[in-house]
Design a binder for this molecule. Structure first.
Ligand SMILES: N[C@@H](CCC(=O)N[C@@H](CS)C(=O)NCC(=O)O)C(=O)O
Length: 267
């Protein structure tokens, strides 16, 4: 059972209550983590897998990328930390450590995954580069790569640093996991699951091979971009990281990955 209810875009426009507008075509780490947080907490949330980021999304939500968390009264939330804070306030199992030092560490590490310049961000730069450098024959198609390049700080000379950062973040989380396991704990920051485990699992979805059955609604034209990223960094995803992601999806997160209400499917 999941507390996520998938709505199509038209129904969602006239809905009220908390609504989470997410990437509808691919398992984007930020969108999947936001969904995972509500699911783990068993907090009811209406989820809208948005077909593509466009002017209509801006007019509706006031945001220019996804995820966007809409409530009836409060400003739209688009950042991972704000979305997490909102969910935490609603209740369910706590996903942020209560103790201040642990909380600071949690958010610092989460920023390595979800923040500007972090794992998700650098993954995207590398996928953009794959498309641009190959004239769109690999990774993202040329129009998609060009669109994302303008929007997310792409420059070819930034790619070596982005790849180095990806390797660094993977090594960092492998070491965190090893330290926690050595202390007899199951999760990254100890015996309790935190949002950090969810961010790691959803970021790693980009870095491990994804079978059709794992995410049946993945748009076929996005598949080469994910495959390209696996080619670039897959070798640095350690067996321990793969196993941690697998455990999270087997025991905590919805599986297979659902992106949108079937009716909202786009070509
Ligand atoms: N605002 C998010 C990051 C969201 C983000 O980077 N979204 C990307 C996911 S690939 C997106 O919407 N890309 C599609 C687009 O910009 O058109 C956060 O800071 O937590």
């Amino acid at each position: 059972m999941t507390s996520l209810t998938f709505l199509d875009v038209d129904t969602a426009r006239s809905a009220s209550g908390p609504r989470l507008v997410v990437a509808g075509n691919l398992p984007s780490p930020w969108s999947e983590a936001a969904k995972g947080i509500f699911h783990v907490k068993e907090l009811p949330i209406q989820v809208i897998g948005y077909p593509r980021v466009d002017e209509a999304l801006r007019t509706w939500t006031g945001a220019l990328n996804v995820p966007v968390l809409l409530t009836d009264e409060e400003p739209p939330r688009t950042g991972w930390a704000e979305i997490l804070a909102f969910a935490e306030r609603q209740g369910g199992v706590p996903l942020i450590p209560a103790e201040p030092e642990a909380r600071i560490r949690h958010h610092g590490l989460a920023h390595e995954l979800c923040g500007e310049g972090g794992f998700g961000w650098c993954s995207r730069l590398v996928m953009i580069d794959g498309g641009l450098a190959s004239g769109g024959t690999r990774s993202f198609s040329l129009p998609v790569a060009q669109y994302l390049a303008r929007k997310y700080g792409y420059a070819p000379e930034r790619i070596p640093a982005a790849l180095a950062r990806l390797r660094e973040v993977l090594a960092l989380f492998d070491a965190e996991l090893a330290r926690s396991h050595a202390a007899g704990h199951r999760y990254l920051l100890g015996a309790q699951l935190t949002a950090l485990d969810i961010y790691l699992a959803t970021c790693l979805t980009y870095a491990v091979p994804l079978a059709d059955a794992d995410c049946p609604q993945l748009q076929p034209r996005v598949r080469p971009a994910l495959a390209y990223l696996v080619e670039q960094i897959g070798a640095y995803v350690t067996p321990a990281l793969v196993a941690h992601r697998k455990h999270l999806f087997e025991t905590k997160l919805p599986w297979p990955i659902v992106l949108r209400a079937e009716a909202a499917s786009t070509a």
